[in-house]
Design a protein around this ligand. Structure first.
Ligand code: F6P
Length: 408
């Protein structure tokens, strides 16, 4: 690699997304890239010529260590959908003009299935105009809903955080001598992988959650209320995990059953929020018991003080692998993980055609959900467990985790 490379981050962040950024940055440098540019706010910022020379912002080994442990997207993110090539070639011409100006040899985009749409379109356009710039996707998403990969970097750490705080919430729920019903709302859009991670809370020292509801199956409110009523009769504390994306049979999200403000992003995704509150209020009103709705919200994707070492290591590796693949001539591909051994857990790293990944949501297989749709199977727990293993301690300064901040 003798020219420059550029890297961007796109979509919702994770607590290890910057480890992938470091993987791209370090590997590109080590393999001889002249400059590593970072797009500010992904391709949207690039269109406004917003980028930085990363070597001016990552200045030492300590910076690298801090950046790996820094949550959220260091370079800023975007939810920007490129138009179809046939509808608007000007946008593409502008992007390629900027990339040529910067003497870019390879373009790396760290993102989920929506962001891979950008890699798909740009690599298709490169072929159309016979450009030799390479375009590679680096996977990330807490949702774990990317096709063709065993799992996505970002998921393991979010799952570890969710299972840990679920244990703490379960303990807290038992504190009084009267019933408390707690509903936890977990992110993940239309895939229930993260909500399923609450099942990992069960163990020798914890009774685990009472029920888990994933978006893969229709949510029946009447059956739900009936089950909660029964649980209330036999238990003091009931803790139930629901995905933010649970839907009733007619296709409406549960949170849409009450008044809400609708926000829809460029990919047509509604902001999913309020299922737990709706259900907790309904239980409180109908059964006259104390309820709590806890939305883990952004906490589950930015808890860099509790990452999985397996996850943060893989996040770094997929960044490095994307650079290696591009330098060896690959383009229009996404780096993927393949689990080759369960015990010991071993994953190998490969690449897949971006057309098989962009815009596709990988859901939890129905056979990993129990027949009554209220819990997950042991196979699912077994699948997640290796991904949450080991820790990477934060760098603590003055009692708090230290982060690396981009100053412009
Ligand atoms: O795509 C990851 C994710 O964290 C989803 O789990 C969640 O629904 C969504 O992003 C929230 O997006 P935003 O931060 O744009 O509201």
């Amino acid at each position: 690699m003798h020219r420059n490379v550029i890297v961007g981050q796109s979509g919702g962040p994770t607590s290890v997304i910057n480890s992938s950024l470091v993987g791209v940055y370090k590997t590109a440098h080590d393999r001889g890239a002249k400059k590593v540019y970072g797009m500010l706010h992904g391709v949207k910022g690039l269109l406004d010529r917003q980028y930085v020379d990363l070597s001016e912002h990552i200045c030492s080994d300590l910076d690298i260590d801090l950046l790996k442990r820094t949550p959220s997207s260091f370079l800023g993110s975007c939810r920007y959908k490129l138009p179809e090539i046939r509808d608007n070639r000007e946008v593409y011409d502008k992007i390629f003009e900027i990339l040529e100006e910067l003497d870019i040899e390879a373009f790396f985009y760290i993102g989920g299935n929506d962001s891979m749409d950008t890699i798909k379109k740009l690599s298709d356009y490169a072929i159309l105009i016979s450009s030799d710039i390479k375009f590679m996707g680096v996977p990330k998403t807490i949702d774990n809903d990317l096709a063709c990969t065993d799992h996505t970097p970002g998921f393991g750490s979010a799952a570890k955080y969710i299972a840990s705080v679920t244990k703490e919430i379960i303990r807290d729920g038992l504190v009084y001598d009267y019933p408390v019903i707690t509903i936890l709302e977990i992110m993940g859009r239309n895939a229930g992988w993260l909500t399923a991670a609450t099942a990992l809370s069960a163990g020798e020292d914890c009774e685990g959650v009472d029920m888990i509801f994933l978006p893969e199956v229709a949510f029946d409110i009447d059956v739900f209320m009936e089950k909660v009523k029964k649980l209330c009769q036999s238990k003091r504390s009931v803790v139930i995990a629901v995905s933010e994306g649970i839907k009733v049979a007619d296709g409406r999200y549960v949170f849409e059953l009450k008044d809400h403000v609708e926000f829809v992003d460029a990919f047509g995704h509604k902001q999913l929020q309020g299922a737990a509150k709706f259900l907790a209020d309904k239980i409180g009103a109908e059964f006259g018991v104390k309820t709590r709705a806890i939305e883990l919200s952004t906490l589950q994707r930015c808890a860099s003080h509790m990452t999985s070492r397996v996850d943060i290591t893989e996040a770094f590796q997929v960044g490095g692998a994307a650079v290696k693949a591009a330098f060896e001539g690959d383009t229009g591909k996404v780096v993927v993980l393949e689990r080759v051994s369960e015990d010991p857990y071993i994953c190998t790293i490969g690449t897949q055609d971006v057309h098989k990944i962009a815009n596709i949501e990988k859901k939890v297989p129905l056979e990993w959900i129990t027949q009554d749709n209220t819990y997950v199977s042991d196979e699912l727990i077994h699948y997640i467990r290796p991904l949450i293993q080991a820790e990477l301690s934060p760098v603590m300064v003055d009692g708090l985790p230290r982060h690396l901040r981009l100053t412009l």
